[in-house]
Design a protein around this ligand. Structure first.
Ligand SMILES: [Zn+2]
Length: 371
């Protein structure tokens, strides 16, 4: 922070307001980037995404280039490309080396896997692999665009939704979002049926105005974000009928008691919904309806002594809640109407693009290289 910034902080931040614990967060994220603790063993099939939370947080904190040197960043980039599948394997990215394609290339497939199984790219991992590469400053020369687009095409279902991976049947709004995010980043929409996917999103809208994971299910903050962000990426936000009802549902998620958000009616606050609901409102042009100071206070109260941000105060932090909380704070930091959040956060956080969930700095750099 510059001397001028410090003076400004002293002039406007009252003594008893909580601050962003930048040093602790920096140590927390570097620790997790380099060696995930034992509890994450069960998350090995999402390792690319776990890496995205770590890299994304350091990027938002403007510390990625400061704390991770060029050689280390290059090693991460090489690791990510090791997970890329070419056309002969269906395209897309694997979660990590758990499923190794070379085991199949030399004909010595892992005998512990079911016969006939082959590693299949995963849509969510492809989305986070692209974001990771962007944040790490890759030039995208090694990216197999055609294989990725082929992969997207192969995953779309007759109802317009997408499977996460070949042979998996969890087809819901999350993977429509991932597919649209990949199309947006590659600036290539022709390999999928966009209208059918949009039809699926609208059929997942509930009677209360918000979106569920699929038709006939209960609306929820996470699926609402996926639908709203996907429609924004496709430049189809104007197809949301009666958007006032949706905005009203989202603003009602902010709770008066502690200032944070819940994900569904009658549920407790949970830090991740400050992002899911907050980013949805931001995309809909209604961030000003959030009490940013109250949510900032709540999220900062969820910080822990070892860095990271837990889902509620006094719990153990995990990388998903820590990252999403930081992303929500990065939105509040740039809310012009909230001086308190801006003063406390803006000097430490880059501005967030709420639709792709990456800093605007890294997104701009990626757009220059990919389009
Ligand atoms: Zn949560």
């Amino acid at each position: 922070m510059s001397t001028g910034d410090q003076k400004e902080k002293n002039a406007t931040q009252s003594e008893d307001e909580l601050s962003l614990e930048v040093k602790k967060h920096s140590a927390f994220w570097l620790r997790h980037l380099r060696m995930l603790p034992t509890p994450y063993i069960s998350g090995d099939l999402q390792r690319m995404t776990l890496g995205y939370f770590c890299i994304g947080a350091l990027d938002l904190l403007n510390l990625l280039e400061v704390k991770v040197d060029v050689q280390e960043r290059k090693e991460y980039i090489d690791w990510i490309y090791d997970q890329q599948l070419d056309r002969s394997f269906g395209g897309g990215f694997l979660p990590g080396p758990f499923l190794r394609r070379d085991q199949y290339q030399d004909g010595s497939a892992d005998s512990s896997l079911p016969s006939g199984s082959r590693p299949s790219g995963n849509l969510a991992m492809t989305y986070t692999a692209l974001l990771n590469l962007a944040m790490l400053g890759d030039d995208f020369v090694r990216l197999d665009r055609e294989a990725i687009l082929l992969h997207l095409h192969s995953l779309q279902q007759p109802d317009g939704s997408f499977a996460p991976s070949l042979g998996q049947d969890e087809c819901d709004c999350r993977f429509v979002y991932c597919a649209f995010a990949v199309c947006s980043m590659l600036n290539a929409w022709d390999s999928i049926d966009v209208e059918a996917a949009i039809g699926f999103l609208h059929s997942s809208r509930s009677y209360d105005g918000a979106f569920a994971q699929g038709p006939g299910q209960e609306s929820q903050g996470g699926s609402t974000y996926c639908a709203v962000a996907a429609l924004s990426l496709a430049d189809k936000l104007d197809t949301i009928q009666n958007s006032e009802q949706l905005i009203s549902w989202l603003t009602a998620r902010q709770q008066q008691k502690q200032g944070g958000f819940n994900g569904r009616i009658e549920k407790d606050e949970d830090a991740c919904y400050s992002f899911w609901c907050g980013a949805s409102l931001e995309i809909l042009g209604s961030h000003n309806l959030i009490d940013s100071k109250a949510d900032t206070d709540w999220l900062l109260s969820c910080q822990t002594k070892v860095g990271g941000i837990a889902k509620v105060p006094d719990e153990i932090p995990d990388v998903m809640h820590s990252y999403l909380s930081l992303a929500a704070l990065a939105m509040h930091a740039y809310e012009e109407e909230c001086e308190s959040s801006g003063t406390r956060l803006k000097p430490f956080l880059r501005e967030l693009d709420p639709t792709l969930n990456i800093s605007k700095h890294s997104l701009e750099r990626m757009r220059q290289k990919l389009t």
